[in-house]
Design a binder for this molecule. Structure first.
Ligand code: DOR
Ligand code: ZN
Length: 350
């Protein structure tokens, strides 16, 4: 599978990505589609994707944004609100439009204003999801102003996730983009119905990255990066071979001027070099042989979907990531901007 300079993997999937809409979608969609066979597409558009019709139309726009012949399957999600109708969710799931539902606590992050104000408001939907075997994807942060931003994930485990798992013991849940050793321990201790995604960036940056010689908006995302020991715990979990931890980039593009602003948006745009970034981390951990399972096996197994056919290749070859990508009208700063990575993704047909 791997010699020293070539890494061949079963085609991987991205179990958490923001593709956006409009011109941003046109730019971002193929950066994910060229590396991943499938992706769980976040529904936090404006307005959010809360209906089967909206998800169907969005999926069409994603296909329209891709070059002809690209083999990519967007897996759509329903954005849970206090009012969402369990019948709508079930119809979308049974017709193959919705793969899962996404819980954003109201106010937790970008475009979460219509999110759930109290998890008890969606207990009817959770009951239905549990009955039909539909996954719940969770942004795991509480938003009360009295909770320090660095504690929001840990407090969520205790106040929200614990009770939900106790009340719905057969519900399958993915705690997305985990950032703390508390979450790692929580996942390890929980039953087989709970798993987590880990982003490329949370494996590489801790909170110091936001303040290195000044304020660094491109290192700001939510959940915010934590102390070094948390990052070390995430790295250990990612390379552990435990099938409860798998790949989800949370690549979240924002126009550069909306990041470099007095109130900069949260999100790190890792799609241009996502696999390269994970490969770099696994390589540093001496665990390149574990990358395939993390990227291509554990996710589909948890979701109950088939593994992909086909392979992708990365070559050990230095590449310097551009400072800026996009166009004059839509410029973005990618993750690893200006850094030199030691792996390069090789396009299958290139
Ligand atoms: O950093 C983030 N950006 N975290 C999220 O939860 C949302 C995302 C976005 O949509 O920009
Ligand atoms: Zn996200």
């Amino acid at each position: 599978m791997t010699d020293a300079d070539t890494l061949t993997l079963r085609r991987p999937d991205d179990w958490h990505v923001h593709l956006r809409d409009g011109p941003m979608l046109d730019f971002a969609a193929d950066l994910t589609a060229r590396q991943f066979a499938r992706a769980i597409v976040m529904p936090n558009l404006v307005p959010p994707v809360t209906t089967v019709a909206a998800a169907t139309a969005y999926r069409e726009r994603i296909f329209a944004a891709l070059p002809a012949g690209r083999d990519f399957t967007p897996l759509m999600t329903a954005y849970l609100t206090d009012e969402i109708d369990p019948d709508e969710v079930e119809t979308g799931f049974k017709s193959g439009v919705f793969t899962a539902c996404k819980l954003y606590p109201a106010g937790a992050t970008t475009n979460s204003a219509s999110g759930v104000t109290d998890v008890r408001h969606i207990y009817g939907v959770l009951e239905r999801m549990q009955a039909i075997g539909m996954l719940l994807l969770v942004h795991g942060e509480v938003v009360s102003p009295d909770i320090d931003i660095f504690d929001r994930e840990a407090v969520f485990l205790e106040r929200v996730l614990g009770p939900v798992l106790a009340d719905f013991p057969a519900l399958k849940v993915v705690l997305e983009h985990i950032t703390t050793e508390d979450s790692v321990s929580f996942i390890e201790a929980a039953g087989s119905n709970l798993a987590a995604t880990i982003t490329a960036h949370h494996l590489r940056i801790d909170r110091n990255a936001m303040f290195e010689g000044g304020l660094r908006p491109h290192a700001y995302c939510l959940p915010v990066a934590k102390r070094r020991r948390h990052r070390q715990s995430l790295r250990k979990a990612a390379v552990s071979g435990n099938p409860k931890f798998f790949l989800g980039t949370d690549s979240a593009p924002h126009p550069r001027h909306e990041k470099e602003s007095a109130c900069g948006c949260a999100g790190i745009f890792s799609a241009p070099v996502a696999l390269e970034s994970y490969a770099q981390t696994f390589d540093e951990e001496g665990a390149l042989d574990r990358l395939e399972a993390f990227a291509s096996e554990f996710g589909p197994r948890f979701y109950g979907l088939p593994l992909n056919d086909g392979q992708v290749t990365l070559r050990r070859e230095a590449q310097t990531v551009p400072d800026v990508v996009g166009s004059e009208d839509l410029d973005l700063v990618p993750f690893h901007a200006g850094e030199t990575l030691s792996w390069r993704y090789v396009e299958a047909d290139g």
